[in-house]
Structure formats: C-alpha cells, structure tokens
Write a protein that binds this ligand. Sequence first.
Ligand code: GLY
Length: 255
Amino acid sequence: MTFTRAIVRTPCKRLAEGITTAGLGPVDTNLALVQHRNYCKALEACGLAVEVLDPLEDYPDSIFIEDVALCTPRGAILTRPGAPTRRGEEAHTGPVLEKYFGRLHRIENPGTIEAGDIMMVGDRYFIGRTARSNKAGFAQMAAFLESFGYRAVAVPVGDLLHLKTGVSYLENNILLATGALADEACFAEFDIIRVDEDEAYAANSLWINGRVLCPAGYPKTAAAIRAAGYEVIEVDVSEFRKLDGGLSCLSLRIA
Ligand code: GLY
C-alpha cells in the first residue's frame, strides 16, 4: 500500500466550540493553526501531495475530516456522522472526493458511521461499534466494502470515541493498541505493540508509506515504534487532543 495524496481541512474560527470530553482546557486556535500546518508538513515528508480545503465555519469539528469518508483503493464512501452537529460535513467533502473517485457511495439514514471507527488492514476493514457508528451504519458500510471485494469485521470498542482512538495498524502485521483492544480476540493474529495507559493517546498513531506519525510527548510509544523498525515523525497535536481528536482524524489519505 502506497498513499499518494492527503486531503485536510483548515481549522475554522469556531474550532474551540468542537465536541469534547477531554477536560484539557480551552483550545488555542492560533496554536492549532500552527500545529495543523506542521501536520501537513509531516504528511508531505511521507511523500503525500496535500490538498488543503477551506474551513467550514458552521462545523467546528470539520477539521477531523477523516470521519466523513472512507477512501479505499477501490472506491470511496461518504459517511453519515453519528454526532448531530457534524452531520452535513460530508456533503462539503463529497465534491472534492469525486475528483479522485468518480461516483461516491453514501451511508443513508438510519445508518450512522464515522471513519475514525474504520481501520484498514489489507483487504479487511475492522469497524468499531461505538456511540457514533450504529448497527445500520455497519451493515451499509459492510455491503459497500463487500461489493468492492473487501471484508468487514465488527469490533467491540467499549467507551472510546472511535476504534482508532485505541488501535492503529502499522502494516507488516503490527498493531499498536491500548487497553482492552490490545487483548481483543479479533486481533489475536497480530504482533501487538502495547501502549501503556499513561500514553494511551499515542495509540492513535499513523503509518504512512513506511514512516509513522506519532503524537509528540509519548516517548515510550515512540521508542517502541522505532524498535519495531519504523522512522517516527513526532507531531505536536495538543490542541486537537483537547477536542478528542488525533493524528488519523486530521486527514483523508488516498492511495
Ligand atoms: N471533537 C471530535 C468529535 O467529537 O468528533
């Protein structure tokens, strides 16, 4: 798998009004803009052409663009976010994706699913069942994936925001995982890098073309990823963490 392109969305002026459970204090919007630019530079360092979309002022969480679409090598699906305040972001992203994928598939009511709940592992897509991604959303997404020749696997996630809040696939059969997800039966075949509870946020790291983006400030996890043979690029995303967001949510990656 080689990614060639990433799509990101500039933080809007109302970023600080985004949904959060983190309790980490107010978001510094100016710092978030700087961190977002550095994130884009890290994507470029991994060989991606980065397309930066205009901010959506009516959608404070729209910076977390990964959630509104699943881009696979065989087609793309626009999601229907489970968070009511995020519903509609997908319609603003669809036209951009049509440039690359042509006709898009779409999740319809009563389905809800956010792609932060979807982890690609080769021809399999692990899909978390969370408060954001319901049974109908899973069924619709699984049907689209099966029509592409892929397989969908449901994963119980507990009370995390998204599946990829707690687990990331680093290719080469290596899974970075924290908490109960590290012991989840459907991941038994993988070589697990366990993320300690005090660094749980770093379980959302991002493999891109042989390098791994890791949030800055989680030295044990960064060292474990390096020990597995990867170059690590540390990226400070403190302002996005305050909004429950992580490295993967900040971009759509396209093969
Ligand atoms: N603040 C990101 C989300 O809740 O979707």
